[in-house]
Write a protein that binds this ligand. Structure first.
Ligand code: PHE
Ligand code: FE
Length: 291
């Protein structure tokens, strides 16, 4: 059954990816044999560059799980990653042609299936790409699915997404996804570390998120996050810092229905706005960045 293509946000660019071969749940075959040697080499270059940046910047849970994606010298085979993931946390990854509708996305997460885009960016997009590709989806998102607490958070998020759709609260829940799964920071005894996939797959934002004086870094609070709009095309103005994945899981476990109602009555928070008594973290000292 053919499914409709999906574009990002309000974008008018044509969708990337071939939706004609996708199933009704938007999953498709990875087609690993169709990647060219140049694409494997480009993927390997992306991995090498991020690997040079993330020691002392990515959280330990991410760094420890990264080797389970393979040696980084080629685009991994999804079925091999899924075998390891199933044994670790009961998750698997599934191939998708590109962005998929929110309900399909949440339904997959609720079933512990993480959708990974099959296509890789073009060489001229090496430094920056707006839409998620196989490098962002795999390298950025999949390592933390090996962590049991984070894995449970992602499943709960899927179920919570299906519920938020019925409550017309998706714009609020999307902020929680953005400021945790994509752009989350975590406090450790050694300083701040990154766990968000949008940061960890970005060459510029990895150091910026931790070390720049420009953005604010605020202690995680559910209501605060749900009230904070985000940018999809530039580095963030605000990051939110959790103490542990257990804290994140516990803070998001209660019923959101009354929280959505409260937040809908409150104004969104502006760029760099601080609420009274809000905890803010200083940046880490700048590390030398490999040239
Ligand atoms: N507790 C949320 C609800 O009732 C569901 C949820 C859990 C959402 C974890 C996001 C993350 O809607
Ligand atoms: Fe992502």
């Amino acid at each position: 059954m053919a499914v409709a293509p999906v574009t990002y946000g309000a974008s008018t660019r044509p969708p990337r990816g071939d939706y004609s071969a996708a199933r009704a749940d938007y999953t498709c075959e990875q087609g690993w044999e169709s990647y060219t040697p140049e694409q494997h080499a480009l993927y390997a270059r992306l991995v090498r560059r991020q690997m040079a940046l993330i020691p002392g910047r990515a959280c330990d849970e991410f760094l420890h799980a990264l080797p389970r994606l393979g040696d980084g010298r080629a685009i991994p085979r999804f079925d091999e990653v899924s075998d390891r993931l199933r044994r670790a946390t009961g998750w698997e990854i599934v191939a998708v042609p590109g962005l998929i509708p929110e309900d399909a996305f949440f339904a997959l997460l609720a079933a512990r299936r993480f959708p990974v885009t099959v296509w890789l960016r073009r060489p001229e997009e090496f430094d920056y790409i707006v839409e998620p590709d196989v490098f962002h989806d795999l390298f950025g998102h999949v390592p933390l699915l090996f962590n049991p607490v984070f894995a449970d958070y992602m499943q709960a998020f899927g179920a919570g997404g299906l519920k938020a759709e019925g409550l017309h609260a998706l714009q609020f829940l999307a902020r929680l996804y953005w400021y945790t799964v994509e752009f989350g920071l975590i406090a450790t005894p050694g300083g701040l570390r990154v766990y968000g996939a949008g940061i960890l797959s970005s060459v510029g934002e990895t150091a910026y998120a931790l070390e720049s004086l420009k953005p604010q870094r605020l202690g995680f609070s559910l209501e605060r996050v749900l009230r904070t709009p985000y940018k999809i095309d530039d580095y963030q103005d605000s990051y939110f810092v959790i103490d542990s994945f257990a804290q994140l899981f516990d803070a998001t476990a209660p019923d959101f229905a009354p929280v959505y109602e409260r937040v809908a009555e409150l104004p969104p928070l502006g760029v760099n706005e601080r609420l009274p008594g809000e905890r803010s973290y200083p940046p880490n000292a700048a590390q030398a960045t490999p040239g």
